[in-house]
Design a protein around this ligand. Sequence first.
Ligand code: ZN
Ligand code: ZN
Ligand code: FE
Length: 763
Amino acid sequence: MTRTTRYHIVIKGVVQGVGFRPFVYNLARLWKINGSVLNFSGGVTIEAEGEDRNLANFLNELRENPPKLSLITDYKIYELPSCGYTSFKILSSDSGTDKEALVPPDVATCPECRKDLSDPANRHYLYPFTNCTNCGPRFTITKEIPYDRPYTAMCSFQMCDSCAGEYNDPTDRRFHAQPVACPVCGPHVELVDHKGKKVAGKENWLQACWDVLRDGKILAFKGLGGFHLTCDAMNGKTLEVLRLRKGRDHKPFAVMCRDLKTTQKYCLVNKYEEKLLNSLQAPIVILPRYPGVDLPQELAPGLKTLGVMLPYTPLHFLLFSGPFALLVMTSGNYSGMPLVKDNERALGELGGIADYLLWHNRGIVNRCDDSLSRVIDGETHILRRSRGYVPHPVTVRRESTAPVILGVGGEMKNSFCLLKKDQAFMSQYIGEIDSLEGEENLFSSLINFQKLIGVTPEIVAYDLHPGYASAQVARRIPARTFIETQHHHAHFASCLTENGIEDEEAIGVILDGTGYGTDGTLWGFEIITGDYTGFKRRSRLAAVPLPGGEIAVRQPWRTAVSYLLTFLGDAGKEAARQIFKDKNLSVIEKMIEKGFNAPLSSGCGRLFDAVSAILGLCLKNHYEGQAAIELGEIVLAGTAANHLRPYPYEIEAGIIKPGEMLAEIIRERAACTPVEIISTRFHKTLVKIIFKAVQEISLLTGLKKVALSGGTWQNPYLFLSVKNLLTANGYQPLYHHQVPANDGGIALGQVMIAHWRWLKRCV
Ligand code: ZN
Ligand code: ZN
Ligand code: FE
C-alpha cells in the first residue's frame, strides 16, 4: 500500500497576480493531489495531500518551474497528519494584517493576448485593455495589498459574465487575472482636443489618431504609468514644435518602433539588445544608429544613438497597426516636472503642449516612467529603473531583525528605497525634486509605496547636502533615527550591495558630476577605500572654482575658463580669451580669482564639461551630462585609436592635477587636431589615472575589489577600458547590474550605510 502524506506549504515573494494559484491547481490535478491553495497578504499557502511519489513530483515542479512572472523569496514546508481531502480547491483570499506579499511589476503584453487582439473572432478583438495572468498592468494600478481587484484601479469595473467566467475558471489563461476586461465591461478610450472636447470614441479612435498624427499634430497618449507625448518621428517640423512647447531644446527623444525589424532599419541591434527590447520589462534601449540613416536631426541632436522601445500595451500595438512604424514617445510633462498621470491634470498641464489627448477611464494609481537601459559588452546596464522592474526588490544580505530603513535618495534622478528584512525596494523613477511639484511627487509616491510594501520606516537615511529638498522630505517623516550619508559613499555602498559584499573593505572609484563633500566643497572624482560604515578619501581630482555655481554646471565654458586659469595661470587666461572670444570673460575671471560666488568642485563631470567646451563641442548643457555624453560619443574605437597615447598629468599627495594635459589639449586644438583624437587621448588619460591610483592603493592596503559607481561610468568607453584593465591585472571590478550607477541608485547605498551603522551601533 502506498503512503499518503499531507503538507502545509507557505510561499512568499511575488506570487500574486502572476498566475500562481492556477499553476498550483493544474499541478495538483496532474499529480492527483488534494487540498487547497489560498492567497493571503503574506503570499500563498498550499494544503497538499497525496501519495508520496506524487507529492514529491508536485513539490519538485513547484520549486523548479514556477510561473515565469513569479519570484519566490521564501519557501516553508510543514508535515501535518493526513485529514482526507477529497478534491483540490482554490479558496478566496484571506486579508490578514501581515502584508508581505509582493506586488508584481507591470508586464508587456504577451503573445497570446496579441493574438486575441488581432483575431476578429475573439471577443478581445481590437480591445485596448486586453490582458491576462501573464501580462498587463500590475504596480501602476495597485493601491494596496493583497493584490486583488478591489484594491486596484479596476475596482469600479464590474466584470461581465464572459469575463467572470474566465476569471473563475482555473484552466483559463485569465483565471484570477485582476485587470481582466473586455469591450462589454471594461475601460474605454476617447480622443479629445486640447480643451477636452470629444473628437472620437471607442469605435473610431484609432483612425482618428492616425489622421491627427498624419497632420503633424502632437498627441498626449495615456499609457501604463502616465501620459506620453507622441508624434510622427519622421516629421522634423513637428519635432521642433514639440521641443519648443515642452521646453526641451536638446535632450534626445525616445521613440517607439513598430517591431524589431523596423528598429533594425535604423539601428544596429545585437542579440543582447534584441532580448532586452523583447523582454517582459520592455525598457527603452539606447542603440547605436546606422551612420547616414535617414532620421530627422531633431530626434537626438548631436548624438549617434537613439533610445528605442517596442510597444508594450495593447493600446500601443493597435496604434502601430496602421501607417506609422516610428513614433516619438517622450514623457508627458514639462521639462523637469513629474510625469502627468491623471486625465484632469493632463488637460491642464499638457493642453498647452499637445493638440489632442487620447485618454481612457482606467486610473493610474502609481506614476511610472519608462525604464532606460543600455547594453555594454553583453551586459545590461540600467540607467533608469522604473516601469517593468519596480517594485521587484533587490535582495541584500542583512539581519532579519533589523528595523525598516528608508533612503530618500538624491536630488536629481531621484528614486527612494525601503529596506525591509533582506529586501531593498527601490521606488520608481521620481526624477528631479528641486521644485514644489517634484518634492510633492516624492512625498506622495513614498506614502503609496509604503502601503504597497506594508511598512513604515524607523530609520531614515538622507544626503548630507544642507540645501537638498530630499533632506527636507526626510525630516517630514516620523521616524526615530535620522542618518546623514555622504553622496559618494552612498554610490560606493550601493555598488557593494549589488555585488553581495558584506562586512569587508574595498576600493571605490566614484565618478560623477556633483555631490556634497564632508569638507563643504563639491566632490565627484573620488578614489576611496572603506566599507558600509565609513570611507577614506585616498585620491581625488584637484578642485577648481565654479564661477556662478549652478550656472557653471549649465554653461561648461565657465568651467573651462576656470580650469585654464587655475592650472595654466596667465597662459591659461590668454588661451581662454582666444577660445571664448565672443564671451565677456572679465567678470568670470574675477569670480575665479577672488573665489566670489564660485564654490570649489572636483567633479569628474566638470572636467568633461571643461574639455568639451575647450573643443567647442558643447558650451551649454541643455540636459544633465550633455557635454560629457557628446565628448564620450566621439571617442575613436579599434585600430584608429591604438597609437594614441594618454596625456601627461601630475599627481601630488593623491591630488590629480590636469595642467599638463590641458596645455597639450590647447596646443593640439591650435594645430587643428581632430576633436576625435583629443577626446580619445583624454579618455585614455583618465583610464591611466584611475588604474595607477588603484594599483597604488591596492599595494598599500592589499585590497583587490574595486567598486565603480557614479554617473560618469555610463560612459561606455571609460567603463569598458577600466573594467578590462582591472580584470587583466588581477583586480575584481564591481559594478552595477540592477540599479543605476547614476544618482538613481544612491538610495540603495543610503539604506545599507544606515543598516550597517545601526548594526555596529555607530548611530
Ligand atoms: Zn496576456
Ligand atoms: Zn467583460
Ligand atoms: Fe552622483
